[in-house]
Design a protein around this ligand. Structure first.
Ligand SMILES: Cc1cc2nc3c(=O)[nH]c(=O)nc-3n(C[C@H](O)[C@H](O)[C@H](O)COP(=O)(O)OP(=O)(O)OC[C@H]3O[C@@H](n4cnc5c(N)ncnc54)[C@H](O)[C@@H]3O)c2cc1C
Length: 394
C-alpha cells in the first residue's frame, strides 16, 4: 500500500513538474523600435478589397465571353495569392470550349492579375495583355506583408476552402524560401516569429493544426525598458516582402512578353478578347456590379533608419485596448515603400499598422484626410503605449 502511494505521489510530482514546464512562459527579450517624431518616415493609407461572405473565384459564360473572376481577398490577398490563382485557373479550364489558342485579356495588375497572367502563360495559354487602371496606386504594393488569414470576411461554410487556398499559397512561399520557386527569388520572403496576445486570432492557427509551422509557445515579451507583456503567443510564419514581390512579378510578366497597358475597363463588353480574367480588386464593385465589395481602409506608418534595426527581426500582430476600446497594432519588417508619386522606392525600417475601417470611401476628401490624420495619431499612441508604456512623445 505504502509503495502504491509513493508511486502515485511520484507520478503526480512528475506530471506537475512537466505541466508547469509546459505552461511556464519563456521570457523573450525584444528590442522595440525607437518611436518619436524623428523616427517617423511616412504615413500611407490604402484600402483593402474585401468581399462580404467570401472572396470571388468563379468562371462564367456571359454571352460570347468566358469571364473568370479572382478578387475580393480583403487583408489576405498576398496570403491567398497562389491558391486563389490556381483555383481560378482550374475553374476556367473546366469551362466548355477552352483552348490554348484563344487570346486572353487580364484586367488588373495587382498581385492577382500579374500572377494570373504568369501562371496562364506558363501553362501554355495565350495571354495577349493586362489592362490596368494604375501601375502602383493599389493595395498590392502597399500591403504590410504578414502571411496570415486575417481581415478576410468568410462565412463558416467557406472556411475550409479559404484554409485550403491558404495552405496552397503557404507551400508556394516555402518554395520561394527554399530557392526552388520557378520565378521568384528567396529574398522575397522571410520566415520570422510573430507575437500575438492570447486573445488575438493570429490567422496562422490552421497552419499550426496541419503541422506546417511549429506549435506555438507561451511567452512574456520583455522590451528591456521596464515594459513586460505577459500572456503572449509566439508563432512562426512568413513576412512577404510585397514591393519586392511586385517588382519580381512585373519583371516576369515583361519577360514573358505580356504587355501591360494603362486604361480603365468600363465594361466587359468593351474588351475585344472573348476570354477575360477579372482581377480588379475593389474595382470589381463597379465593373462586375458586385455590391458585396467593401472598402476597408488601413493606415501604415513607415519608420526610418533612426528607429533602429533589431525590431526588423520579429513581427507583432496583436489586439490591444485603447480608451477601453478593442484595437489592433501590428509591426512588420517592411524595408521599402513606394513613394506617393510612384517614381521611387524609399528604404524604411518596418511599418506600423492595424486599422481595419470600413466604408471610409464614402467620405469627402476633406473628411477622409481629417479621419486619416486622427487614425495616425491614435496609432502612434497605441504603439508607444505597447512598446514603452506611455503615449507617443510629441
Ligand atoms: C494597409 C494594407 C495592409 C495589407 N496587409 C496585408 C498583409 O499583411 N498580408 C496580406 O496577405 N494582405 C495584405 N493586404 C491585402 C492585400 O494587399 C490585397 O488583398 C491584395 O493586394 C489584393 O490584390 P488584388 O490584385 O486582388 O487587387 P489590387 O492590388 O487592388 O489590384 C487591382 C488592380 O485592378 C486594377 N483595376 C481596378 N479596376 C479596374 C478597371 N475597371 N479597369 C482596369 N483596371 C482596374 C487596379 O488599378 C489594380 O491594378 C493589405 C492591404 C492593405 C490596404
Amino acid at each position: 500500500m505504502k509503495k502504491m502511494i509513493q508511486t502515485c505521489l511520484l507520478i503526480f510530482i512528475v506530471h506537475a513538474v512537466s505541466l508547469s514546464a509546459e505552461c511556464e512562459p519563456t521570457i523573450v527579450q525584444l528590442a522595440p523600435p525607437v518611436l518619436n517624431p524623428q523616427t517617423i518616415l511616412k504615413e500611407q493609407a490604402c484600402t483593402r478589397p474585401m468581399r462580404e461572405g467570401s472572396f470571388k473565384i468563379s468562371s462564367e459564360k456571359v454571352g460570347s465571353k468566358t469571364i473568370t473572376h479572382i478578387y475580393g481577398h480583403g487583408g489576405s490577398g498576398w496570403t491567398t495569392l497562389f491558391g486563389s490563382v490556381n483555383s481560378g485557373i482550374k475553374l476556367f479550364q473546366a469551362m466548355p470550349g477552352v483552348n490554348k489558342e484563344t487570346p486572353i485579356r487580364v484586367i488588373g495588375s495587382g498581385c492577382m492579375g500579374l500572377t494570373t497572367a504568369i501562371e496562364l502563360s506558363r501553362l501554355g495559354y495565350k495571354v495577349v495583355g493586362i489592362t490596368t487602371k494604375s501601375l502602383y496606386d493599389m493595395p498590392s504594393w502597399r500591403a504590410a506583408g504578414y502571411f496570415a488569414l486575417v481581415s478576410v470576411k468568410t462565412s463558416p461554410e467557406e472556411q475550409e476552402n479559404l484554409n485550403a487556398i491558404g495552405v496552397d499559397t503557404f507551400k508556394n512561399y516555402q518554395l520561394i524560401d527554399q530557392g526552388k520557386h520557378p520565378y521568384i527569388t528567396q529574398d522575397a520572403v522571410r520566415y520570422l516569429p510573430v507575437y500575438c496576445s492570447e486573445d488575438t486570432d493570429s490567422g496562422v492557427e490552421d497552419l499550426e493544426v496541419r503541422g506546417l509551422i511549429p506549435a506555438h509557445e507561451h511567452v512574456t515579451l520583455d522590451f528591456g525598458n521596464g515594459v513586460l507583456r505577459p500572456g503572449f503567443l509566439k508563432y512562426m510564419t512568413y513576412f512577404m516582402n510585397t514591393p519586392n514581390l511586385m517588382q519580381q512579378l512585373t519583371a516576369q510578366v515583361r519577360k514573358l512578353g505580356i504587355p501591360i497597358e494603362l486604361g480603365k475597363v468600363e465594361s466587359f463588353n468593351d474588351v475585344k478578347e472573348t476570354v477575360i480574367f477579372n482581377c480588379t480588386g475593389l474595382g470589381a464593385r463597379e465593373l462586375n456590379q458586385d455590391d458585396k465589395m467593401i472598402a476597408i481602409r488601413g493606415h501604415l506608418i513607415a519608420l526610418n533608419e533612426l528607429s533602429g534595426t533589431e525590431h526588423m527581426d520579429y513581427m507583432i500582430y496583436t489586439k490591444v485596448y485603447q480608451d477601453d476600446k478593442e484595437a489592433y497594432i501590428y509591426m512588420f519588417p517592411k524595408a521599402v515603400i513606394v513613394s506617393d508619386d510612384e517614381k521611387s522606392y524609399i528604404p524604411c525600417r518596418s511599418v506600423l499598422g492595424g486599422t481595419f475601417i470600413p466604408n471610409l470611401d464614402k467620405l469627402s476628401s476633406e473628411e477622409l484626410a481629417k479621419r486619416d490624420a486622427e487614425e495616425y495619431q491614435k496609432m502612434l499612441d497605441r504603439n508607444a503605449l505597447f512598446f514603452y508604456g506611455k503615449p507617443f512623445p510629441r
